[in-house]
Design a binder for this molecule. Structure first.
Ligand code: UDX
Length: 441
């Protein structure tokens, strides 16, 4: 079976490498020539565990990348994995998707093809794509992805469910081909959810919005916990012991970031709006997330110093979560911006080299000497901590494993603001640190 995958971002690249590992002949297509060149020489364009090793195994064997759509001609299946970023109003912008669909047309030919939409798309998009391709011999299928950055490759091979949406889910024939592609997972007992296009598209948005809501919920409770002197960590853990609630995504912090939650929550609210429906809960999820960082700054950091101007802070973690280089909607970056705006000096650190590099590039730190603010990205944790007036944990790395009694000798003032509630506050306090968590002491 021949497969083309359009788009080599997170979803497309993992899909291409994953399917080639399953033995399919895969061509990854992207308009970015530089990416294609890199990928064909076995260099990953993303920082993702296992990805480069696996890419090297299959490249020029049953996997290749190209900027031409020609491979679509002989393909049985075409996966559309292009980005659907946020437009200026918060809607999902489908320009890349529609442009890919237009480019496809020329290469569909007479051979029947299955076009699978993996990009996150507003409900109703598959129906629109089918309309655009009505004169072509294609079946359109919705197949949203649920990969988490940092462990995306593992997620590809160990999915919790595979969601497939069809124009007519009762038509067993059309479900057969995709079931063949994913037979490896069927054998492993992974459940398949076979539904309509609309149901499948909504499953993706509802899943992300629900997870984001869990985070905003615990963040809201954490503010109350703070005032009444409760411990939000114990609250979250005990809540999670109830099977109906579950323990995950109840960790309070400075909010959720990344390429999915912020944009998908907003896009879902916009879809409600387009049908003149009010999305009270989804809007609340979004608004809590937008104000969480500023709440943390005002109520923890600023409250302690009065004025942060001229104070130096180590911000630990730069990417939106651990083990990725992705700065999109990173709460660490948002916090750095708040600190810089308030005249603080920031020394940033992330364990992932590419995350540090991306931050340097984002702020053009290597090009300009007169930026008007003071931000330094350090390669070593201890250099970031040297002489600082405060330490801010901004990403949920296991920073606890560092030697905090040694670190105490490096800093100017041993005070920690734990923006992700990941530090062992008891130990830190016993070492002489002043500790501020979120909804806990
Ligand atoms: C998410 C979904 O989990 C995934 O299924 C979907 O396909 C894409 O979006 P990802 O963006 O990789 O994946 O990140 P995730 O691990 O879900 O974390 C998102 C954000 O939530 C991070 O900023 C993280 O710090 C934050 N978070 C997570 C919390 O603040 N508290 C928690 O308890 C969990």
């Amino acid at each position: 079976m021949k497969i083309s995958v359009i788009g080599t971002g997170y979803v497309g690249l993992i899909q291409s490498v994953g399917l080639s590992k399953l033995g399919f002949e895969v061509t990854g297509i992207d308009i970015d020539e530089r990416k294609i060149k890199k990928l064909n020489s076995g260099i990953s364009t993303l920082h993702e565990e296992q990805l480069e090793e696996e890419l090297k195994l299959f490249i020029n064997e049953n996997l290749k990348f190209t900027s031409s759509y020609e491979s679509v001609y002989d393909s049985d299946i075409v996966f559309l994995c292009v980005g659907t970023p946020q437009d200026d109003f918060g809607n999902a912008d489908l320009k890349f998707l529609y442009s890919a669909v237009e480019s496809l047309k020329k290469y569909i030919g007479d051979k029947y093809k299955t076009v699978v939409i993996k990009s996150t798309v507003p409900v109703g998009t598959c129906r629109k794509i089918k309309k655009i391709l009505k004169d072509y011999p294609v079946e359109v299928i919705s197949n949203p992805e649920f990969l988490r950055e940092g462990i995306a490759f593992k997620d590809f091979f160990e999915p919790e469910r595979i969601v497939l949406g069809f124009e007519n889910p009762e038509n067993i024939e059309s479900t057969k081909l995709l079931k063949r592609v994913y037979s490896h997972f069927e054998k492993k007992g992974v459940p398949f959810v076979i539904s309509s296009w609309e149901t499948s598209e909504l499953i993706k948005y509802a899943s992300n919005a629900f997870l984001a809501t869990k985070i905003s919920f615990i963040n809201e409770i954490s503010k109350f916990s703070d005032i009444v002197g409760a411990d939000i960590k114990t609250v979250g853990e005990a809540m999670g012991m109830d099977d109906r609630i579950g323990p995950k995504f109840l960790n309070a912090g400075i909010g959720y970031g990344g390429s999915c939650f912020p944009k998908d929550v907003k896009a879902l609210a916009k879809q409600f709006e387009s049908f003149e429906l009010e999305s009270k809960l989804i809007n609340a999820t979004e608004s809590i997330n937008q104000t969480q960082n500023i709440w943390f700054f005002e109520n923890k950091i600023k409250k302690y110093y009065g004025d942060v101007s001229g104070k130096t802070f180590a911000v630990l973690g730069l990417a939106f979560k651990p083990f990725t280089d992705d700065l999109r909607e990173s709460k660490a970056i948002e916090l750095i911006n708040i600190l810089l705006k308030n005249g603080a000096i920031v020394k940033g650190f992330d364990y992932i080299e590419k995350a540090r590099e991306n931050t340097i590039n984002k702020y053009a730190l290597s090009d300009s000497k007169s930026l008007g603010y003071s931000l330094h990205i350090l390669d070593e944790l201890n250099d970031a901590l040297f002489n600082v007036d405060g330490i801010i944990v901004a990403t949920e790395y296991d920073f606890d494993k560092e030697d905090w009694s040694e670190i105490k000798n490096l800093v100017n003032n041993p005070v920690i603001f734990d923006g992700k509630n990941v530090m062992d506050s008891k130990t830190l306090k016993s070492l002489g640190y002043t500790y501020f968590g979120i909804g806990k002491n």
